[in-house]
Design a protein. Structure first.
Length: 115
């Protein structure tokens, strides 16, 4: 998928998410999604990303796997520069502070935030 096509897909998912109270269709219909808004590390502009997540107690955990690409996604770099963000889950929105997860797996690429 090209970067342009990926951006269009993200925009469509964000629109569906907000119009449907956190529900989306298509390939993401069976997945728990949230919207993460970060401040662009280079631009200073707000950037919103639809991401799959898991709960860990009261924390939301997302993974910077970037679809198997060799580099981390833009939102990861944005949070590394400024860990403050906003999360939308369902119809609720709240501010978050990202924390890079660490562990023995060597894949310390998740970020978690409590409400």
């Amino acid at each position: 998928m090209t970067d342009v096509a990926r951006q269009r897909l993200h925009e469509e998912v964000i629109e569906q998410f907000r119009a449907g109270g956190g529900q989306v269709g298509g390939q993401f219909a069976e997945h728990d999604l949230l919207l993460l808004t970060t401040t662009g590390a280079r631009t200073g502009q707000d950037r919103t990303w639809p991401l799959a997540y898991q709960r860990d107690g009261d924390r939301l955990v997302v993974f910077a796997a970037n679809g198997g690409r060799p580099h981390r996604p833009g939102w990861y770099h944005n949070l590394a520069a400024n860990p403050a963000g906003t999360v939308e889950v369902g119809t609720e929105t709240w501010p978050v502070t990202a924390v890079v997860a660490s562990g023995t797996s060597g894949h310390g690429c998740g970020t978690g935030s409590s409400r």
